[in-house]
Design a protein around this ligand. Structure first.
Ligand code: SF4
Ligand code: SF4
Ligand code: SF4
Length: 277
């Protein structure tokens, strides 16, 4: 019984996604929803189980599988723009498309529950960035976060302009903007990571999705906490954090608290097991 309890988070996540899968399947009478959410749930549950069992590189494997699955299945094969432009596009059309569903679950409502888990386990941009050599920032943090707001506004204006000027064949444009947008993200993300010696520089300064992710994840139920009675202030955890979070401060206002991607690197590096979820 004790060994099963060790995997309680994994079991919880599996059943949570199964419930979501059944709700969407029944609501929209489309088994694809059941398949998609079940797969995501199995992968998330698996990675948590692998982490619990302390298996190395589990997160990267899951991120590659989940990210590729969504990118290929929904984006390339089903021609759904599931980037931020696709989200605006669905809102302008007034339809509950794949992008709205994806944004609600992973980026707008979900983060109240699991913070930026999407950024650590599902994002198809970061799945490539995380393979680069600069896992930990090697230069001082830059004060250029305003770029994310410009990109956010540009994405909204781009889609609004398509509607205002009644551009023909918007669906085709949205598909191509998905392809070009992703190539741009990969190019800028990789370039910036090499330039700033920080794999996650794109996430910290450019990604427009963080405009949604950061406020919601401030209230996240799932977050890394520190047992201050056993912590010896050795600082090993902070040296391992790819997002520069001060995880030894338990307050919501801790430094870069809304950037935590739940990679659990800090927990694995703590010699005293002072960090937990
Ligand atoms: S910040 Fe953006 S690019 Fe980075 S992992 Fe999150 S969604 Fe992906
Ligand atoms: S190392 Fe810890 S605090 Fe930093 S992003 Fe990963 S889980 Fe969050
Ligand atoms: S690694 Fe553990 S003991 Fe060291 S500062 Fe972090 S939480 Fe405290």
């Amino acid at each position: 019984m004790k060994s099963i309890m060790k995997y309680k988070y994994s079991i919880f996540v599996f059943f949570l996604f199964e419930v979501i899968a059944i709700i969407f399947w029944q609501s929209f009478q489309n088994p694809l929803y059941f398949l998609t959410f079940s797969c995501i749930g199995i992968f998330f549950a698996l990675v948590i189980a692998l982490y619990t069992a302390k298996v190395k590189y589990a997160r990267n494997v899951v991120q590659l599988v989940v990210g590729s699955f969504i990118l290929i299945n929904l984006g390339l094969l089903s021609h759904q723009n599931i980037m931020i432009e696709g989200f605006w596009y669905c809102l302008f059309l007034g339809v509950f498309g794949a992008a709205v569903m994806h944004y609600l679950i992973a980026k707008i409502v979900g983060p109240f529950l699991f913070g930026r888990g999407w950024c650590g386990y599902g994002c198809w941009t970061a799945m490539i960035l995380d393979l680069l050599p600069y896992k930990i920032r090697q230069n001082p943090r830059k004060n250029i976060v305003f770029i994310r707001y410009i990109v956010f506004a540009a994405s909204l204006l781009f889609v609004a302009a398509l509607f205002v000027f009644k551009v023909a064949d918007i669906e085709k444009i949205m598909f191509w903007s998905f392809i070009i947008g992703n190539l741009l993200y990969y190019g800028v993300g990789i370039g910036l990571a090499i330039r700033l010696k920080d794999n996650r520089a794109f996430c910290k300064y450019i990604c427009p999705v963080t405009v949604f992710l950061k406020p919601a994840s401030y209230f996240s139920i799932l977050r890394v906490k520190c047992d201050l009675k056993t912590c010896i202030n050795c600082g090993k955890c902070k040296k391992e954090c790819p997002m520069d979070v001060d995880m030894t401060d338990n307050s919501r206002k801790r430094t870069n608290g809304t950037e935590c991607i739940l990679c659990l690197q800090c927990m694995n590096s703590c010699p005293n097991e002072s960090l937990h979820l």
